[in-house]
Design a protein around this ligand. Structure first.
Ligand SMILES: Nc1nc2c(ncn2[C@@H]2O[C@H](COP(=O)(O)OP(=O)(O)OP(=O)(O)O)[C@@H](O)[C@H]2O)c(=O)[nH]1
Length: 233
């Protein structure tokens, strides 16, 4: 994967989520990929996104503003315009709406902190909400790509959530799983994001194959309308 720089758009994220529902192709042969990083407060959402984008772990991150980071990169010869949505502090109680996120994102990274059981319960609720929506309103849309991440593996001496619990939750929800530390495992963070991007772009390829191109479908329509008539004359 080749890195071609990144940019951050803060404050306007909610509006951008509502506006940016176009999927897949972007001008200039770019593929547009949108990933939402979700999880309980303090699970390490910003740390993961910033680590991937800048290689740095800076320790403290503003949690009062949601933002969308953008990055251009080249993956498997494909130019990608990546947008990463990082919400501000997500309350671990209350009703989960996620409507905008579900509509906006092509894929989700659900983060919990292995030293905080409440964050694991919240990750479970998020997965349930995504699955539930997909089975309902959005069932005609492509299966979203989901990666469950147990963060803060460097704090395993304070572990409250077992590796096997994370693995089981991922299997039950048909998603990928890993444990890592945004603080200490840069390569693992990159590998995880790369898997998410590969998964999403291969979903796009399946969709492209299934859907006939504009000109082909127009030809089919014309054929259906006039071809049959010609036969009967
Ligand atoms: N030890 C350790 N601390 C981490 C790791 N990742 C994040 N942190 C710390 O956990 C705290 C919360 O990290 P954030 O990235 O702000 O978490 P967040 O989920 O974006 O938090 P909110 O925006 O408040 O919801 C910060 O103090 C980070 O330094 C990690 O891998 N290991």
């Amino acid at each position: 994967m080749r890195d071609e720089g990144c940019r951050m758009r803060g404050g306007v994220a909610r509006g951008a989520l509502k506006a940016g529902r176009r999927r897949g192709r972007r001008g200039g042969g770019m593929t547009e990929v949108k990933v939402a990083v979700l999880g309980g407060s303090g699970a390490g959402k910003s740390a993961l996104a910033v680590r991937f984008l800048t290689r740095r772990f800076i320790g403290e991150y503003a949690s009062s503003a949601e933002c969308i980071y953008t990055k251009h990169l080249c993956l498997d010869g494909r130019q990608i315009h990546l947008e990463i949505y990082d919400p501000c502090s997500q309350p671990q109680q209350g009703k989960l709406s996620l409507t905008d996120e579900l509509h906006w994102a092509d894929g989700f990274i659900i983060v919990y902190d292995i030293s905080d059981r409440a964050s694991f319960a919240f990750a479970k609720a998020l997965l349930y909400r995504i699955r539930e929506s997909h089975a309902g309103v959005w069932k005609k849309m492509a299966e979203p790509s989901i990666f469950l991440v147990g963060n803060k593996q460097d704090l395993c001496h304070m572990r409250e959530v077992g590796w096997d619990e994370g693995q089981k939750l991922a299997i039950d929800n048909k998603c990928q799983f890993c444990e890592l530390s945004a603080a200490e495992h840069y390569q693992e963070v990159v590998a995880m994001f790369t898997k998410v991007l590969r998964n999403i772009t291969s979903n796009f390829k399946v969709k492209e194959k299934r859907r006939p191109s504009g000109s082909k479908s127009m030809a089919k329509l014309i054929n259906n309308m006039f071809g049959k008539r010609r036969k009967s004359v």
